[in-house]
Design a binder for this molecule. Structure first.
Ligand code: SF4
Length: 241
């Protein structure tokens, strides 16, 4: 199942078509691809995304029910007792910085946005600790505004797919945005994250068990022997860790 793709010799049109075929194929492969963080409002997703830095989604989902119950509004974060908030956030790691961000976000939302999470990229990135990645997660999943989220998985996979050579997330986002249809930006990110967690791991990707190997110029980065590769594929529970 060796790849026939030479990303360096590919025309721009061929790359665009291949990028869109990859997005479709990932959709067939991971029809359940969706954001793993639990939330029921833009504020909750914003908070969960901040907490997911350097932490698994599984751990964040264990902690957030208690956080959301204790701090139901932006004003509640703004008025939080720092020691108490830090203690609640401790299991997610980097809890001092995260408490700082959440208190700062709460204060900024109250002061400048009437306590509501704004549905615009330019406004979201003015909040403390909120970059384009977090802003696009919130816009894509709460406001229906397509956004490409270049996290570690999307960055790695888009380079392996030969859709970008950039390691800078903002530049990689720009390359992907030029290739993928706008309406698919959010779901393409979710699908790549799923594929990255389940199949195309940072170390030892399961190339020999990868259904999109024909479209991938990096086939062979991991084991190509099917039985060996199949053992590397992770199921839902392992992938969520
Ligand atoms: S697992 Fe291998 S073939 Fe599949 S996308 Fe990753 S690098 Fe390409």
């Amino acid at each position: 199942m060796a790849t026939t793709v030479d990303a360096r010799a590919e025309t721009a049109l061929a790359r665009t078509r291949r990028a869109r075929r990859i997005v479709r194929a990932l959709g067939e492969l991971h029809p359940d691809a969706r954001i793993a963080l639990h939330f029921s409002s833009p504020l909750e997703l914003l908070v969960a995304t901040v907490l997911s830095a350097q932490c698994t989604d599984k751990k964040v989902n264990e902690v957030t029910p208690g956080v959301f119950a204790r701090y139901p509004t932006a004003a509640a974060y703004a008025a939080a007792d720092r020691d108490e908030l830090e203690a609640i956030l401790r299991p997610t790691g980097f809890f001092r910085a995260k408490a700082n961000s959440l208190m700062g976000i709460g204060a900024a939302l109250v002061e400048r946005f009437d306590g509501e999470v704004p549905g615009r990229l330019e406004a979201l990135v003015t909040l403390p600790g909120v970059g384009r990645k977090t802003a696009n997660v919130v816009l894509g999943h709460c406001f229906g505004i397509p956004g490409i989220t270049v996290d570690t998985h999307v960055g790695r996979l888009s380079r392996r797919f030969g859709l970008t050579t950039e390691t800078d997330p903002v530049r990689a986002e720009s390359d992907l945005a030029a290739l993928i249809e706008r309406r698919d930006w959010t779901i393409a990110s979710d699908r790549m994250i799923f594929h990255g967690r389940r199949v195309c791991h940072a170390r030892r990707p399961a190339c020999g068990a990868c259904a999109i190997a024909r479209m991938c110029p990096s086939f062979g980065t991991g084991p190509t022997e099917p039985a060996e590769a199949a053992r590397l594929v992770r199921g839902d529970a392992e992938a969520a860790r």
